[in-house]
Design a protein around this ligand. Structure first.
Ligand code: PMP
Length: 401
């Protein structure tokens, strides 16, 4: 008998089949129409979007839409090619120039997604004789970048600079000349906590290691000009590579890496997730460029952090077990049982609120979360409605006493 290649997925299939079909299934949500960055029609119902990572509400920004429309008209729907062949248009170069200006950096490379940026940078920079030292709570794209490369991978405890120091010390004793890349995130996406970049990067520098910070959830959100947590904490000089995405505060899709390393641009020739894939379409490039210009000088950050505080404080005051620190636009309620979390999610949807049901393996420490990511485009009325429904449903299903 031929081996069924899908046999290994049997338990996943069984678990999925136990979930209800249709609108009560948390993993098959489909938007019928999108009204604004914070509202959509889902299952025929007007729904507040409270889990889209659309931090700045850029998806419907008038100037971004106009830039995208113009590019679509002038350059077509797609490039149909790699950046190193036919897929580089003036727009791609302008976007990379805009990123250099945004980060005040010498070099910038744009990838087709943030996931590919992490895959490409980590797998290419760290070779067989090198080490990648990552935070245990790293995003899947960081883990996958490690899996794709040939370096030795070492994990350190989440946000623990003493543990990082120990790991690096051990590597250096064994291998005094190895190249080491330490990878951390500015904001951790599930619980919204910030990395203590100064402490972590100082430990890295003590052992002559490079530092990469993934600012996917912090570009636009933190720092005087929106560069992220490293800017907010005044430690950009300790960071060698910044990775990020256009799929959150920038409101479109795409990834990037910026750096001052003088040889950085060689990556355009050797980084496979950059070379062997089609470049981003002109409309995406144009709206990302415009969004970066707007984000740099935006006062939306203040409104976003006010919104975040309102929801995080409201959830804490109501007595929820919040995993989040209230430091970022991410708010998450920890739910003990996965069945309860699913029921909670379903009832929130029926009440017109979309949040993320986040469960393992996407979450750290096996947590089940009702995760929200707020936008500067949310009104206080919307935040209060979300809070009101969290409390009412929480009482109904026994999460809140
Ligand atoms: N890094 C982190 C920390 C992320 O949370 C994400 C997206 N969830 C990515 C990278 C990947 O970004 P993209 O959506 O552009 O692939």
């Amino acid at each position: 008998m031929t081996l069924d290649l899908f046999e290994k997925f049997n338990s996943t299939i069984e678990n999925f089949n136990q979930l209800p079909k249709g609108e009560l299934n948390p993993f098959t949500v489909s938007m019928d129409a999108v009204i604004s960055p914070t509202q959509a029609i889902i299952n025929g119902r007007e729904t507040i979007l409270a889990g889209t990572n659309n931090y700045m509400g850029m998806t419907y920004n008038k100037e971004c839409l106009e830039a995208a429309e113009l590019a679509l008209k002038n350059f077509g729907t797609g490039t149909t090619g790699s950046r190193v062949l036919n897929g580089t248009y003036n727009g791609h170069i302008k976007l990379e120039e805009t990123l250099k200006d945004f980060y005040d950096c010498d070099h910038a490379i744009v990838f087709s997604t943030g996931y590919q940026a992490n895959l490409g940078i980590i797998a290419t920079l760290a070779g067989p004789k090198d080490y990648v030292v990552i935070d245990a709570d790293s995003h899947a794209s960081i883990y996958d970048g490690c899996a794709m490369g040939n370096a030795t991978i070492v994990r350190f405890n989440h946000n623990d600079h003493e543990n990082l120091d120990k790991r690096l010390d051990r590597i250096r004793r064994k291998d005094p000349d190895a190249g080491i890349l330490v990878v951390i995130e500015g904001v951790y996406s599930m619980l919204g906590d910030l990395a203590p970049i100064k402490e972590l990067a100082t430990a890295a520098k003590k052992h002559n290691a490079y530092v990469l910070v993934d600012e996917a959830h912090s570009i636009g959100v933190f720092g005087a000009t929106g560069r992220g947590v490293a800017q907010e904490q005044g430690v950009e000089h300790l960071v060698d590579f910044t990775v990020g995405t256009f799929s959150k505060s920038v409101g479109t899709v795409g990834g990037y890496c910026v750096s001052n390393h003088p040889k950085f641009d060689v990556l355009r020739l050797v980084c496979r997730p950059y070379v062997f894939t089609a470049s981003l379409p002109p409309s995406v490039i144009a709206s990302a460029t415009k969004a970066l210009e707007l984000i740099k000088n935006s006062n939306l950050r203040t409104k976003l952090l006010e919104n975040s505080k309102r929801l995080n404080d409201g959830l804490s005051d109501a007595g929820f077990n919040v995993g989040t620190t209230g430091q970022s636009p991410i708010a998450a309620i920890i739910i003990d049982q996965q069945d309860t979390a699913i029921a909670y999610w379903q009832k929130m949807m029926q009440n017109g609120v979309y949040v993320n049901l986040a469960v393992p393996p996407a979450t750290p420490n096996g947590l089940n979360l009702m995760r929200c990511s707020l936008s500067a485009a949310h009104s206080f009325e919307q935040i209060d409605y979300i809070l009101e429904k969290f409390i009412a449903v929480g009482k109904e299903i026994g999460v809140l006493k």
